[in-house]
Design a protein around this ligand. Structure first.
Ligand code: NOJ
Ligand code: MG
Length: 412
């Protein structure tokens, strides 16, 4: 049964003021407008950074009071807190990095702040605690051995994970990957794949299994590199490293992090493939919007429209996934792209999985092999047919578009 995903949003998106490095804020909307808009749009969850709610030097009493107020406020709109995240990037003390800074005093500050946030995450009932290492990298000044910087960063997170485990908190800790910006050159463990490998290296004990995962932000943090997020997503799913949520928004490829409304500037086909792969893999998670209305949007009505658009865009993708799943032309194309393997190839794979008998199995495969010339003759046209059909589905032209398949082997 097709299970549509639920939605969450960063509270910081609801109060974003539309400023950019060159221009002043263009809107000043109270958080209530956004929360009301969430309720109207069907967004059920909201997430916060510590610094969205109190100053970094706030007293324990102030923090407790703010936690209570926030939970009350969120409840008034029938929402709940989904994620909590510690802001280790805005305070000027973190200009040289936070958990990874070459300066031990700064690392101490980061640990104190992050562990305080671990306690708050539990108080708030957050399901996940996010670590986005915005400042954990370099502007090109090469402040330290980059391997040591990675170690400091991930071991800093490990302190927090151990702190939470010892305290009995049951939420998941996630690393949100982004290769650069605001650091100008690079961040440690900045891609889904590099963070995944760092987690394996630094968290080998089985007690960490499933406790520290990766939350990517698609398409923004991958498309800003000019890459297609669906390839990273496939790896994270295959390696069981994907968090139970992804951040989602819009991005012009190969630009700074735009955080545009979903679909704006992005590749519709890439967004569709993300949605499709998550459903195909029966991923059980939440879509958390981490994006903002455009700078040209200034009024409450525009903020609410942005929220409805965000939800509507994802629902449109899911509708297309449904059409795709039930399309007879797609099913013929897919049958060609998912053919059963020969007995010989199956034996090779099972030997690899067993860890023995590979040589024998490859010898049998070689014996049954025809020739490279014969293999060159197989028909691979289904790949191009696949993308044509996806384009027809996405543009809503699949009914009339079916005619171009007439007379082909994929005709319905
Ligand atoms: C960058 C990351 O995408 C996000 O998750 C982070 O917390 C926010 N932007 C902060 O504004
Ligand atoms: Mg994000």
């Amino acid at each position: 049964m097709f299970q549509p995903y639920q939605f969450s949003i960063g509270g910081w998106c609801l109060v974003s003021e539309g400023s950019d490095p060159f221009g002043e804020p263009t809107r000043d909307l109270p958080v209530e407008v956004g929360l009301e808009g969430c309720a109207e749009a069907g967004i059920k969850f909201v997430s916060f950074h510590d610094r969205d709610l109190w100053d970094d030097d706030a007293s324990e009493k102030k923090i407790e009071q703010k936690v209570e107020e926030t939970l009350d406020l969120v409840k008034q709109y029938d929402l709940s807190v989904y994620n909590f995240t510690t802001n280790l990037f805005s305070n000027t003390c973190f200009r040289s990095g936070a958990l990874s800074s070459p300066f031990p005093q700064v690392r101490e500050a980061a640990i104190v702040k992050a562990c305080r946030s671990m306690d708050v995450a539990a108080l708030m009932g957050a399901k996940n605690m996010i670590f986005w290492g915005g400042r954990e990298g370099s502007d090109g000044a090469y402040e330290q051995d980059t391997g040591l910087g990675l170690k400091r960063y991930i071991e800093g997170i490990k302190i927090c994970v151990d702190y939470a485990l010892e305290k009995g908190y049951d939420y998941i800790v996630t690393i949100e990957t982004k290769v650069y910006e605001p650091r100008l050159l690079a961040s440690y463990a900045g891609t889904g794949s590099s963070a995944s490998s760092a987690i394996r290296k630094f968290f080998p004990d089985p007690k960490y299994n499933g406790r520290i995962l990766i939350n990517p932000e698609y398409p923004q943090h991958v498309a800003m590199l000019g890459l297609d997020p669906v390839f990273e997503l496939g790896q994270l799913l295959e390696e069981d490293m994907l968090a139970p949520f992804i951040h989602f928004g819009g991005q012009i490829p190969a630009r700074m992090d735009c955080d545009l409304p979903p679909g704006v500037g992005s590749s519709l086909t890439a967004d569709f493939m993300i949605c499709n792969l998550l459903h195909e893999r029966n991923w059980d998670g939440i879509i958390e919007f981490d994006c903002r209305p455009m700078r040209t949007t200034t009024a409450a009505e525009g903020m609410k429209l942005f929220l409805k658009h965000s939800v509507g865009y994802w629902k449109m993708l899911e509708k297309k996934v449904n059409i795709y799943d039930n399309d007879p032309i797609i099913s013929k194309i897919k049958a060609e792209l998912t053919q059963t393997e020969s007995a010989e190839l199956k034996s090779v794979m099972s030997a690899v999985h067993k860890g023995t008998g590979v040589v024998k199995a490859v010898q049998a495969l070689t014996k049954s092999f025809t020739s490279f010339e014969a293999i060159s003759e197989i028909n691979t046209d289904a790949i191009e047919a696949h993308i044509y059909r996806v384009l027809q589905i996405l543009t809503g032209t699949y009914e009339e578009g079916a005619s171009i398949f007439e007379g082909t082997r994929w005709s319905a």
